[in-house]
Write a protein of this length. Sequence first.
Lengths: 353, 276
Amino acid sequence: MSIQVQNVVKRFGSFSALHDVSLEIPEGKLVALLGPSGSGKTTLLRVIAGLEAHDGGTVLFDGRNAAYRHPRDRRVGFVFQHYALFQHSTVFENIAFGLRVRPRAQRPSENEIQRRVQEMLDLVQLGGLADRYPTQLSGGQRQRVALARALAIEPRILLLDEPFGALDAKVREELRRWLRRLHEQMEITTVLVTHDQEEALEVADQVVIMNRGRIEQVGTPEEVYDSPVNPFVYNFLGAVNIFRGRLADGKLQVGGLELDAPEHSGRAEEPAFGCVRPHDLVVSRDGHGMPVLVKNIHVIGPWVRLELRRPDTGEPLEAELPKESYRDLGVSVDEMVFVTPRKFRVFLEGQTG
Amino acid sequence: MGARPKRILPGFGLSLGFTLLYLSLLVLIPLSGLVLKTMTLSWDQFLDTVTAPRVLAAYRLSFLAAAAAATINAVFGLLVAWVLVRYPFPGRALVDGLVDLPFALPTAVGGLALTAVYAGNGWMGRFLEAHGLKVVFTPLGIIAALTFIGLPFVVRTVQPVLQELSSEVEEAAATLGATRWQTLIRITLPGVAPAVLTGFALAFARALGEYGSVIFIAGNMPMQTEITPLLIMSKLEQFDYAGATAIAVVMLAASFLLLLTINLIQWRSQRHQTTP
C-alpha cells in the first residue's frame, strides 16, 4: 500500500514538531526517515500509524484519507525501539495477540492461529522459543519477536521506530541485513526511522532526510550521499570540508583555488563556500592546488586520514586516501602538501538548513 | 558433605544471622509467648474457648469484613493509582498526599470521624438511612472503617508498577487491533495484577488486626458486630489471659496461612517476570 503525507503539521504546545511535511511513499518500498534527534522523524512515523493526531494536513493510504481511522483499524505493523513486548505472555502469545483480539467473526480458529504463529516464528528464526517469556530472550531476539508480532496481523504497512537502536553494533548490523532480505521476500511497504546514516544508506530504497520538523532531501541512498542539496545534508551524511571564499562569474575563489559553480553563474559577487568530502580531496606534492600543512596522520585499516591546516586562515581540513596512495605520496607530519577537490558543491553563504 | 559453592556477595552469614535475630526479637519471641500462655489451657479448654459461638461469630466477621474491605480497596485503589499515574491534572500532588492520610491519622480519630458522618444524624447517614441503609453499628460500618485504613496499601503498591508499565505496550496492543477494553483486560490488568495482589494482602492483613477505628463505628454487639480484636480485649479486661491468647493464636495461624498462600501465588506469577 502506498502512503501520501500531505502538508502535515504537528505541534506539541508551542513546539512545532512537523512543519508542513509532504512525502510520497511508494508501494512495496523500504523508506528510511533519517535525521538527528528532535528532527520530527519519530513524530511523522507515529502520525502515519495514527498514534499521534496531527494538527493539519492529511495522510492518505492508497489515496484514501486515514486521518479519522483509529490505529487498530489501519492494519499497520508498528515496531518500537524498546520492543514493547507483553512481559506476562509467552513469545507464542505475544505473536498470537493480534489474531486473538479480532472480532469473533474474523478470528481464525485455534489451529489456524497455531499455524500462523509457527510460520512467523520460522520467519524470524526463533522456531524453538515459543514458550519462553520476553525476559528470557536477548535484545536481538526480543526485537525479532516484536517484528513477528507486527507481521502476524498481515499489515499493509510496516513501521519501524529505531528498531535496532538499543542493540549492540554487531547484532544491529546482522539484523538490518536480515531486515533487508525479509523486505525483499515480503514486499510490504516499510518505513524505518533511524538516526544512523549507515543503517539508512545500507537498508533503504529511498532515504528521507529530516531536520527540525522539515524534510531536507528525498532520494536514493546514492543520490543523497553523492549530491546533497544543502550543507545540512552534506554534514549529516558524513564528514565534510568547508572552503569559504567569494563567488563571482560562476567561480568560487578560495585561497588560490578556483572552483567552478556554473549553477551560480550570472550573480553579483558574494560570499559562498564549497563542501568537499575528505575522500574527494586529492593530495599531491606537485605545487598544484591549495597549500596546506600536515598536522597529523592516522592509519585506519586500509585508509589513511590526514589532519591538515590551511596556513593562511588556520582552518582545519581533513583528507582520506587509500594506504597505497599514501605510501606513494610519502608525506610526514609538518610537511607542506597541496590539495585540490575532485568533487564539490558550492553553496551561497546564509543558505543553511 | 560437598564443598559449599562460594558466594560472590560477601556477608551472607552475618546478614542472615542478623535478620534472624532481629525477626526473633521483634516477631517470634512475642508470638511464642502468646503460644506458651495458650498452652496453660488444656486441649478441651482451648477447643471450648475458640469454638464458642460468640468467638466463631467474631472470627467470621473479622475475616469477611477484612476480605470485603481489601477487595474494595483493590478495585478502587487501582483506580486511584491509575488516575494519579496516567492523568496530569491540577492538584494532583494534593490528591496524592491525601492518599497517605489514613496512615498518619490515629485510627481512633478516623473511626470517630466515620461514625460522625455515617451516624443516623450525620451528613451521609441521614441520607443513607432515609433509603433504609444503616451503616453505623452494622457490619457495613466495619467494612467502611477497614476500607478507610487500608486504602494507601493498594495505591502505594500499584502506583510504581503502573508507572513502569510503558504506554508503548498499550500502543502496541492498539496497533495490533485491540480495542481499549481488550487492551485493559489483556495487557494492562495482567501487568499490574501482582502489585494489586500484594496491595490486597497488605490491606487484608492490616484490616484483620485493626481495632482503633472499628470499635467506634461497630457498636460491638456480641454475635453481630463484635470483631475478634475487640473480643480479645474484653477477655483481657476480665483477666482471662489464656482465653485471650487462645483466640489470638487461632487468628494468627489463619492469617499466616492466608498470607502465605497469597505470597505463593505471587511468587508463581512473578517468577518469569523477574528472571533477567
